[in-house]
Design a protein around this ligand. Structure first.
Ligand SMILES: Nc1nc2c(ncn2[C@@H]2O[C@H](COP(=O)(O)OP(=O)(O)OP(=O)(O)O)[C@@H](O)[C@H]2O)c(=O)[nH]1
Length: 214
């Protein structure tokens, strides 16, 4: 793949879920520049299992000079309606451990390439530009911007597709249609999209608005 002006080749090992006790696991982890922990957003157990995997990663990495970048990937976002692991839980785990955060669908391809591209860019210390990010999103990919608001950071909207994206400051105030808010997420899934909730009472305070939102 191309990142900035660089041609980058990734060597990726897919470690099957059944091999956590396997003798080879340490050898895959040792010296790796990046570790992608993947779980299924519709399967809470797969999220709980991450702790065991991360324990192994930490143990092996302690013995290595190279500290890998660790990314957390929630897979199966095409099954958002069956989600059992809240995005908030995912994001908190990322914050607590300094992981990069991604939501993808291996089935539809949503954000998969972008995830690898951004992990590679982060390892290299390169910031992707907006054009590169937009190119990595399949046309018509679903917008998850509004699907899972989180109270983390008390942002009215936390884009779960691109949680690390800079967000425009939400604007609060009286609008012709009533009270509402608008927030322009700068991620490619909803760039420029205006989100409104005009059915809130005029007396609602900002905090009320924050806690009333879906
Ligand atoms: N709907 C949906 N199904 C998926 C997605 N990714 C994988 N699956 C399905 O989930 C099941 C498990 O997929 P695998 O690729 O075998 O999962 P795995 O984690 O590699 O399994 P291990 O061998 O334990 O590592 C299969 O039936 C896949 O078709 C996804 O993004 N969306």
């Amino acid at each position: 793949m191309t990142i900035g002006n660089l041609n980058v080749t990734l060597q990726v090992w897919d470690i099957g879920g059944q091999t956590i006790g396997g003798k080879m696991l340490d050898k895959y982890i040792y010296g790796a520049q990046g570790i992608i922990l993947v779980y299924d957003i519709t399967n809470s157990q797969s999220f709980e299992n991450l702790e065991d995997w991360y324990t192994v990663v930490k143990k092996v990495s302690e013995e290595s000079e190279t500290q890998p970048l660790v990314a957390l990937v929630g897979n199966k976002i095409d099954l958002e309606h069956m989600r059992t692991v809240k995005a908030e839980k995912h994001l908190r785990y990322c914050q607590e451990n300094g992981f990069s955060s991604y939501f993808v669908s291996a089935k539809t391809g949503d954000s998969v390439f972008l995830c690898f591209q951004k992990v590679a860019a982060e390892i290299l210390g390169i910031k992707l530009n907006k054009a590169e990010i937009e190119q990595s999103q399949p046309p018509g990919s679903r917008c998850y911007h509004d699907a899972n608001r989180t109270s983390l950071g008390r942002q009215p909207h936390q884009c779960i597709l691109e949680p690390h994206f800079p967000r425009a400051q939400p604007h609060w105030g009286r609008r012709e249609a009533g009270w509402g808010y608008e927030s322009t997420c700068q991620c490619p899934c909803s760039a420029g999209k205006q989100l409104q909730k005009p059915d809130l009472p005029p007396s609602a305070s900002h905090n009320d608005l924050g806690s009333t939102l879906p």
